[in-house]
Design a protein around this ligand. Structure first.
Ligand code: ADP
Length: 189
């Protein structure tokens, strides 16, 4: 099994690129953000707990997303691997993922990291706010807090995966097709 992590700051284009990556390499795409949004829409207890945190630009607790990922990585029939999008987002989540995979004799295949500058994050998210209407895109203060949360809690993962030797960085500035091309090149290289 392949275990790819799709990494990057908010608005880097993870969700945009994930579909074609999953299709081309026969991967099951698991987006913690999308899973959380569907829990919120369904009004589940988990969704209720996550809603306020997400809409404040904070992370939800590690155990919550870890539970979601564990449950969904169980069945691997008919696929060649998983594309984890939005997970891990903290070093602690990365440690949990590592031991979860080690139990199966597996490891992270590669971390595909799409990088864009903070200035572009704001621009892309305010554009997306008009199209998708996500509550956590709605106000600049929320987006600013997401960027801050990213730098504080998620960015240390770059060093973590560099040390593991699985970190591959891609320039996320350019058209969707340009970035997709760079991703495919990296996955094949
Ligand atoms: P984006 O990549 O655009 O910031 P996502 O759709 O991946 O957004 O995630 C939306 C929100 O869901 C995050 O800001 C965070 O609050 C929550 N979330 C998603 N994944 C995780 C995670 N692995 N750990 C904690 N919170 C998460």
């Amino acid at each position: 099994m392949k275990y790819y992590i799709l990494f990057g700051p908010p608005g880097a284009g993870k969700g945009t690129q994930a579909g074609s990556m999953a299709e081309k390499y026969n991967l099951c795409h698991l987006s913690t953000g999308a899973l959380l949004r569907s829990e919120i829409a369904a009004g589940t207890p988990l969704g209720l707990k996550a809603k306020a945190l997400i809409e404040a630009g904070e992370l939800v607790p590690d155990e919550v997303v870890e539970g979601m990922i564990k449950a969904r990585c169980e069945s691997a029939e008919g696929i060649d691997g998983f594309l984890l999008d939005g997970f891990p987002r903290t070093v602690s989540q990365a440690e949990t993922l590592k031991s979860m995979l080690a139990e199966r004799g597996e490891e992270v295949t590669a971390v595909i990291s799409i990088m864009i500058p903070d200035s572009l994050i704001m621009e892309r998210i305010s554009h997306r706010a008009m199209i998708e209407g996500r509550a956590d895109d709605a106000a600049p203060e929320i987006v600013e807090n997401r960027i801050k949360t990213y730098h504080e809690k998620t960015e240390p993962l770059i060093e973590y995966y560099r040390n593991e030797g699985s970190y591959k960085e891609i320039d996320g500035v350019g058209t969707i097709e340009e970035v997709r091309g760079r991703i495919f090149e990296t996955m094949e290289g």
